[in-house]
Design a protein around this ligand. Sequence first.
Ligand SMILES: Nc1ncnc2c1ncn2[C@@H]1O[C@H](COP(=O)(O)OP(=O)(O)O)[C@@H](O)[C@H]1O
Ligand SMILES: N[C@@H](CCC(=O)OP(=O)(O)O)C(=O)O
Length: 383
Amino acid sequence: MDRVRQSTLENSRRIVIKVGSGVLSLDHGLNLKLIESLSHAIGNLTTQGTQVILISSGALACGVKKIGFQQKPDDVKGRQAASAVGQAGLILAYENAFETVGCKVAQLLLTRDDLANRRRYLNARNTINTLLDWRIVPIINENDTIVTEEMKLGGNDNLGAMITLLMDADLMINLTDTDGLYDKDPREHADARLIPMVTKITRKMEKAAAGAPGTLGTGGMLTKLQAAKRLARAGIPMIIAPGRKSDILLRIFRGEPDGTYFVPGKKRLNSRKCWIAYSLKPQGEIHLDKGATRAILSRGKSILPIGITSVNGTFSKGASVEIKSDTNQTLGKGLVNYSSEDVTCIMGHRSDTICNVLQLSRPYAEVIHRDNLAITYEQDDAS
Ligand SMILES: Nc1ncnc2c1ncn2[C@@H]1O[C@H](COP(=O)(O)OP(=O)(O)O)[C@@H](O)[C@H]1O
Ligand SMILES: N[C@@H](CCC(=O)OP(=O)(O)O)C(=O)O
């Protein structure tokens, strides 16, 4: 096995394991045998001193079966209600399975709003840390019942990545219903080949992963790649592995080369910048000229009013906005020191004129300070 992967596994003290609907479901209900073996494997890891946070889908699958539907409802309301029915059964299945290995579990249902609010985000972190100190396995799912599509985090792949970042975990293992990432959609191409290791997520891979998810899945392979990309920027590896393969977790930790290993990049974003980049919903856009684009990309500078060419949307001071380059590429996100109205007045001006333009005695020189700027753009994003 690759040495980097091996050393990741040997040095992982805290891991996030995400398990998808396709893995957990059987005949449109829950696969209780699989939940049992997964819980046993996690119980063993916990006993050996590894802290495990479980992100589990499966509420919808469980609810659909319990209600007696043949398939998941087409409408959002129906899926939300079916999830509410299924979440109870899902957590009960885990509680029973973990009990047989002497482990206790806790249920956490989170939404994008919970993670966007810094105070709630930190509270979630404290709760999870406390549970881990008590050697209790936190089981997290997106709170389907109260989020509509546009408020969603984008499924549990994204939620898993957010929790991995939030909790400073060493590794995320994404258990799905296929062997890993293939160079083509394996459902459509018999000659698709598994990619054992990814050092850079390319456009080609994203294209190959863009197919629809499985019948109960949410984002498909593409949201797994998004999650891997986010983690790589924070220096955290991810493994996509076949969740239905027997003893998969044991195999992974024994050093078997199952699945696809995503080699992390150099840590570029700290935890707070990851929160700015991925938890907050942008309230508007700020467009930069060529000089400002270059200054923030290559020299890590703050955004000054003089480099701003236009503003989109209405936002207040402290809001999160998307940063656009001179060629309209998305560069990242940042927290503004001025409202959209004020930015419109001062854009194109030198910072030392802000006091006159806005009639302020001690204005901020920067529209977005570099400490509040999370750049997620990579050179090949443009191609
Ligand atoms: N390039 C690819 N490599 C691997 N799987 C792919 C690819 N493109 C599409 N898929 C499909 O993505 C599915 C996994 O996504 P999804 O159903 O959302 O899983 P989960 O429920 O585990 O989140 C697999 O069943 C697989 O057939
Ligand atoms: N929250 C939903 C799962 C959403 C989701 O992301 O599903 P999946 O793509 O299978 O991981 C549920 O419990 O059914």
